[in-house]
Design a protein around this ligand. Sequence first.
Ligand code: ADE
Length: 285
Amino acid sequence: MNYYVLTLFPEMIENGMNTSIIGRAIAGGYLSLQTVNIRDYSLTGNGRIDDYPYGGGAGMVMQAEPICRAYEDLVQQIGKKPRVVYLTPQGRVFDQHMAEELAREEDLIFLCGHYEGVDERVLEEIVTDHVSIGDYVLTGGELPAMVMMDAISRMVPGVLSNQESGQYESFQDGLLEYPQYSRPEEWRGKQVPPVLLSGHHGNVDRWRRDQSLLRTLKNRPELLAGAELDKKDRKFLQALLDGSSARQDASESGAGCEGSGTAGLGDGTGLTPEEKKFLTKLLAF
Ligand code: ADE
């Protein structure tokens, strides 16, 4: 995968990308990165690439011509016209599916905007994909471009080591990842869940799957609605629903209910009325 980034802050992209796993993949030749400073294409020769917006209003607009010239030079150098991703809060929201799809490209150009925006005419001329990384507004497209390149790179063969790519991940099967623990067995009075010390792989796998289901229910229920659930998954969710109702009955009769949050099963898994309603509906199908 060859990345090309049109930006006003090439050092920001280079510093971010030449670090950690992505830096290792660039050094190893699995990825390449070339930044292009749009300022080098300033029409006035003094590095200025923005101007006032027609129609008035606050802020400046990046001009069409410097960006177009930077792009045309790049296309000539590469010898083809790759997809051009423009980072904007008005774009389609980036997700794992898009990362997987873009990872199949050989070359990708990212265009990072700043100020109040970019002259629409150059966007019409060169951009193939308008992409947002979420419903919030950042000061520029550099961080979003790096977020996208990081997620895409993980899908490029050779970028992750066998150990790294073999790991279970959130979204891989439409659910969030289960919690992880390392030494010591007891930390500040908190124990590692005993099943993880049991050496029973089947039970460990089942526990992890259940934790994934629980986390997804708590944090991203809409993902649970779209995930593939087998018989055992449904059984676990049904038990959660039944157990939560039983605990509520018990606590209403004065038995009490220990724990909070999503720490483990058996306690602390009390469901909110919304979660119960959601599960009841989900399990009805
Ligand atoms: N530029 C500014 N905010 C952005 C966002 N949320 N996504 C992509 N590009 C942006």
